[in-house]
Design a protein around this ligand. Structure first.
Ligand code: DGL
Length: 276
């Protein structure tokens, strides 16, 4: 598809149908740059795992969470589609006057963060599979990196593999985020999926959860590969956000914090899942 056409289509698709959940407390008083919200984006509900780490560290911040559930999954799409969908979703957040962006999606980060940083001047925090801490902590066994096919084939991840991947095995997981999107975080079908994925590997001592959706599947993953340490980038991302906001003098000292959720998908499916 031509890039302009793909972008126009993605923009149309990413237009939120409805503002479904609004806990924002209206801001009273002088309007300062630091009191503007932080925009958090994911292809679906996975980024809510990042949002939780952000809320724990930065409880005074106003946050707008944008899930492009209508167009999920991203990780089995071609790069140009992921880029166009990400740009359209980010545009929707920029229209809400965000002071910083968190791309709470490994897939969208690897396909679009470069382009976003070239186009925008606000702070942009992306995700990357936590292979480095896993490599430093593991004790000689192999490290499985679970991620979407799109994340694993990107240059950004291949570079990480060159640096820290001598004991790492890539485990593409098409179809896995869909379990989380439908709220299925514990089921025989999920156990079966994971058993199948892990069957070729033994002597595994670390697993990298290289997709923000998979953080919701910790329990099932532990059951399928007992003894392996699990790593995700969520806390690191929240800390990086805190550092960047601090350095830019953008931390909100006025509070109170709040979260507003927007989905391009079906609110009746999204709402119960965000409470998971
Ligand atoms: N949460 C996503 C990630 O971190 C995405 C999955 C998808 O849309 O396929 O990669």
């Amino acid at each position: 598809m031509h890039e302009a056409t793909a972008h126009a289509r993605a923009k149309r698709l990413a237009n939120p149908r409805e503002l479904i959940y609004n806990k924002t407390i209206p801001f009273k008083g002088a309007y300062s740059l630091s009191s503007r919200p932080i925009g958090v984006f994911d292809s679906g509900v996975g980024g809510i795992s990042v949002l939780r780490s952000m809320r724990a560290l930065l409880p005074d911040e106003r946050i707008i969470y944008y899930g492009d559930n209508l167009n999920a999954p991203y990780g089995t799409r071609p790069e140009e589609e992921i880029l166009a969908l990400t740009l359209a979703s980010v545009e929707a957040l920029l229209a809400r006057d965000v002071k910083a962006l968190v791309i709470a999606c490994n897939t969208a980060t690897s396909a679009a963060v470069h382009e976003l940083r070239a186009r925008l001047t606000l702070p942009i925090i992306g995700m990357e599979p936590a292979l480095k801490p896993a490599a430093l902590a593991s004790s000689g066994g192999s490290i499985l990196v679970m991620a979407t096919p799109a994340t694993l084939r990107q240059k950004k991840f291949q570079e990480l593999m060159r640096q820290y991947g001598d004991r790492a095995e890539m485990v593409p997981c098409p179809g896995l985020m869909e379990f989380v999107e439908r709220g299925e975080i514990d089921s025989p079908a999920l156990d079966e999926y994971l058993k199948d994925r892990f069957a070729p590997f033994d002597n595994v001592d670390a697993i990298v959860l290289g997709c923000t959706h998979y953080v919701f599947l910790r329990r099932a993953i532990r059951r399928a590969m007992p003894g392996a340490l699990l790593f995700d980038g969520n806390e690191g991302t929240a800390r990086r956000l805190q550092d960047v906001l601090g350095a830019e003098n953008l931390l909100n000292s006025e509070g109170p914090g709040s979260v507003e959720f927007i989905t391009t998908g079906d609110p009746d499916v999204f709402m119960p899942i965000i409470r998971m």
